[in-house]
Design a protein around this ligand. Sequence first.
Ligand SMILES: Nc1ncnc2c1ncn2[C@@H]1O[C@H](COP(=O)(O)OP(=O)(O)O)[C@@H](O)[C@H]1O
Ligand SMILES: [Mg+2]
Length: 309
Amino acid sequence: MQVQIDALRKTYGSFVALDDVSFTLPSGAVLALAGPNGAGKTTMMKIISGLITSTSGRVQIGDLDVNENPREAHRYLGFLGDFFGLYDDLTVREFLEYSARTYSIPPTDRGATVQRLIEKCHLSYKADSEIKALSRGLRQRVGIARTLINDPPLILLDEPSAGLDPEARNDLQNLFRELGAEGKTLVVSSHILTELEDYCTHVALLNKGKLISFGEVREMGRTGVHKRNFELELIDGAEKAETTFRSFASVTDVKRDKNVFKFKFEGDESSQADLLKALVINGARLIRFEEESGRIQEAYLAHMKGSRE
Ligand SMILES: Nc1ncnc2c1ncn2[C@@H]1O[C@H](COP(=O)(O)OP(=O)(O)O)[C@@H](O)[C@H]1O
Ligand SMILES: [Mg+2]
């Protein structure tokens, strides 16, 4: 389900929380809504979900104008805030059955719907435990299972990995990846950037209510506006590689550990290809040449630096 945002603005009194934000997220995209605390991420998600109204501008989910039809929009989306709104004294299954009822899932379908969600969110071994006995990571998954009850095409999750340990975070990322592969459109906010990269297709960077960048993850960093980290490995010719690096001003911070080099590179894909060609021509026998992840982080830092200057 496509999400189109046009000139969105939200003010609280004289304070501008969102300032002229526009972007279009294609159907099936997984968006990382990134930015520091106070950037406007939660405000944005609440407006997309129809929980609060914008001061001006427009949000469309598919063909639906959210400001005009907030109730209708509710049918197409699941929103999970940082307060999950679970009932502690119910078991996981009881809570999901209760939720299925509030979503008007017919009684004959409820059991199967709940069972499917329990499996999908990897909660089978805790299905009959009371929610109050669960860890934060498991409570999180119960919250996500609840947002999936009416099988919405659009899912918004506000800071879902906050407070999770690395293993729970990893489980969560796998679940996002599965949902993305099913064609769901996801919007995931976070102020932790490095973890978003593995499963997001798009990134929107917000700072002080302004959209400072929006685009596809695979396009990020290819414009040569900032340095990217590379690693290469060779079987011989390390000295020749060192000489080659010295002749490229775009290569900096070269670190060598035997036959493995790490360096920073500032340039577009074409100059990246030129570097690779020069290395090979000069006699470096390469077996690996790859970009380290961290594009979102790097782009974010570059933008933040730019906005301070
Ligand atoms: N109901 C409100 N009244 C006044 N100011 C608010 C309200 N909600 C949020 N804000 C302010 O708007 C800014 C953006 O908030 P928020 O969207 O929660 O940011 P984020 O989720 O990126 O941390 C913050 O400075 C916050 O204090
Ligand atoms: Mg927030």
